[in-house]
Write a protein that binds this ligand. Structure first.
Ligand code: AGP
Length: 628
């Protein structure tokens, strides 16, 4: 996934572009570049490999001067506008090099792109492949625009639609044309693009990149093209017809690109989890009455309640951490609402013949609301006319705008690529939904509801208590960093947490780790265990699953593994068995996973930091994968 930021308006265009790109850097940081009209109506293009700071170094004073502090083109008054486009890249087609950095040029066209053009090979038959200067699919778009601009004798609208009609795959594209100073073009299929109205006009991949003063936004839909000239713009639909679109007023959160003293956004976001939980609970329970108050943010809640009364089963579709949260949701919804739940990674779901009955409710979980696999799954499901709900963290995201009922994680912007607060928010919302389903289906007594609310209200202070075990995290991380492989084991509601803990270590410390059902150890993985392996065991507080997991832990111990234990029990036996043991506060079993994931986040973070890695920008990854 990449970040697109374009600006047309007064002021220092290059500075505005750079400010916007810095806020989008979490979307990709392999390379970056800007192209802007200079005072002589020529386009200047500056590109750099590496993160934004490399581009900043190239933007010397004279380059900035050439963009004109007031963005003035020749023959224009100083109050008029400058314009430019900027891009921060997560490499898909073509290595992360300067030659492959966007913008890409063909003739007068400068193009930036987020997505993957799947038929780029055949499209090269429509252009002169010898003229290509990069390995990217994006450059092909620029050459197609050039060809059709010549064929259509400078008709920009026709050139753009002829180009779009050639493209297969996903694209969010923004274009400058040197022959058209002050104009900007944008078109999309898949990844998001928003037109934002501020002092000038901004076209961006997401609204987090624009200042808090910007509230009026138009989200382009698939197949639409935008033509902006000075202060006027026109949008065309897929058929090339002019359409009118209303601005949406977007409530703006305070810009969060401030680490508030933390070394990384990820650590800040881990520590935000108690307050995020408080906010969710404030909005979803009546504290004093001890009652649930769960309502969708989007869609009518009475019709939602009617729907969940007749639902025959729930299908949860998601990716990565969101998929693991869905697995947790399965245990909760089946246990407390007695509704069958199936959970599937979106990337598998979209390529198989999925069978449903008409009363299957599909729940999509996505922090970004822009994950391509999840959005493709949504389209498949809507074609079958099934009802859809989403749990996502970005209001007005592509997912949020297309479902029947939307729930917001309310975690606030999550900048760290490795999901933390959004994951725990998802767990809490799935607990709330499970009990809301049960309540609406008359299987939740008011006593049980009151006791649930009471237990939920204990979560934030207990989360703070767990976050306080800094010494444990540091000493465990120091002890574990030398191990070459990790097995994270859990049963029941702890199994999805084992998967999530392993993912955290993989994605920010680059160490191989596997989450596994503890009961499956003896069916193979036990062969992996020796003194070079570490086993992280997540233990319930009591009961058969505690006993069974303890047995698995002992099996690993006798084979020499380093054992890290987390659980709701605090006994001398556990402390003897484990090289490192952390007892968790006393809570009902189904709430413990919300606490148990925090030490796993912290251990992965401290191991990553001990290697000097940037946990916010792990290699090869991006915050939202808007390509399949
Ligand atoms: C989680 O730490 C990863 N960043 C990744 O697995 C992520 O959860 C996945 O790409 C899904 O993203 P989404 O929740 O925005 O759809």
């Amino acid at each position: 996934m990449c970040g697109i930021f374009a600006y047309s308006g007064p002021g220092d265009v290059t500075q505005t572009l750079m400010d916007g790109l810095r806020k989008l850097e979490y979307r990709g940081y392999d390379s970056s570049g800007i192209a802007f009209f200079s005072t002589d109506d020529r386009i200047q293009c500056v590109r750099a490999c590496g993160d934004i700071s490399e581009l900043e170094k190239l933007l010397s004073d004279e380059v900035r001067e050439s963009s004109g502090k007031t963005g003035v083109h020749s023959g224009m008054t100083s109050s008029m506008n400058g314009s430019g486009i900027g891009h921060t890249r997560w490499a898909t087609h073509g290595a992360p090099t300067k030659d492959n950095a966007h913008p890409h040029r063909a003739g007068p066209f400068y193009v930036i792109h987020n997505g993957v053009i799947e038929n780029e090979g055949e499209l090269k038959n429509l252009i002169d492949p010898q003229s290509l200067a990069s390995e990217t699919d994006t450059e092909v778009i620029a050459h197609l625009l050039l060809r059709f601009y010549k064929e259509e004798k400078g008709d920009l609208v026709k050139s753009v639609f002829k180009t779009m009609n050639c493209l297969k795959g996903s694209y969010a594209v923004t274009v400058l044309c040197e022959e058209r100073p002050g104009e900007m073009i944008a078109f999309k299929q898949g990844p998001p693009l928003a037109l934002c109205k501020g002092e000038g006009w901004i076209i961006s991949s997401d609204i987090y990149s624009v200042g808090e003063d910007v509230q009026e936004v138009i989200f382009l839909e698939d197949g639409e093209a935008l033509f902006l000239k000075d202060q006027e713009f026109q949008i065309y639909d897929r058929q090339g017809r002019k359409i009118q679109k209303e601005f949406k007023i977007i409530p703006r959160e305070q810009s969060l690109l401030d680490k508030k003293g933390f070394p990384h956004f990820m650590l800040k976001e881990i520590f935000e989890q108690p307050d995020v939980t408080r906010k969710i609970l404030e909005n979803s329970i009546h504290r004093h009455e001890g009652q649930l108050n769960v309502k969708p943010a989007g869609g009518d809640h009475e019709s939602f309640n009617r729907l969940i009364k007749k639902v025959s089963s729930v299908r949860i579709v998601a990716c990565g951490s969101s998929y693991f949260a869905g697995l947790f949701g399965k245990y909760l919804i089946e246990e407390f609402a007695d509704v069958m739940v199936e959970v599937e990674p979106a990337s598998e779901f979209i390529y198989r013949k999925a069978v449903f009955d008409t009363n299957t409710l599909i729940l999509f979980i996505s922090q970004s609301g822009e994950t391509a696999d999840t959005l493709t799954a949504l389209n498949r499901v809507k074609e079958k006319g099934l009802k859809t709900i989403s749990l996502c963290n970005v209001p007005n995201s592509s997912l949020d705008r297309q479902v029947d009922y939307g729930f917001y994680m309310q975690a606030g912007q999550e900048v760290g690529v490795a999901s933390t607060k959004a994951f725990t928010s998802s767990l809490i919302w799935l607990i709330l939904l499970a009990f809301h389903f049960s309540k609406e289906r008359k299987t939740l007594s008011s006593e049980r509801e009151k006791s649930l609310v009471k237990s939920l209200l204990q979560l934030p202070p207990y989360m703070e208590q767990v976050l306080g075990y800094e010494d444990f995290f540091l000493e465990t991380a120091e002890a574990l960093k030398t191990f070459s492989g990790f097995l994270y084991l859990g049963r029941g509601v702890f199994y999805p947490i084992a998967l999530e803990g392993a993912l955290k270590l993989k994605e920010i410390a680059y160490i191989h780790a596997e989450g596994y059902p503890a009961g499956e150890m003896k069916h193979g993985p036990l062969a992996l265990i020796d003194k070079n392996k570490a086993v992280v065991a997540l233990l319930p507080s009591e009961g058969i699953l505690y006993d069974k997991t303890l047995t698995n832990l002992k099996e690993a111990r006798t084979r020499g593994a380093e054992i890290i234990g987390l659980g709701g029990k605090d006994t001398s036996e556990l402390k003897k068995l484990c090289n490192h043991y952390l007892p968790l506060p006393k809570l009902p079993e189904f709430l413990l996973p919300v606490l148990a994931v925090i030490p796993l986040q912290m251990m992965a973070y401290y191991i990553s930091r001990s290697f000097g890695y940037n946990a916010d920008r792990p290699r090869n990854l991006a915050k939202s994968v808007t390509v399949e």
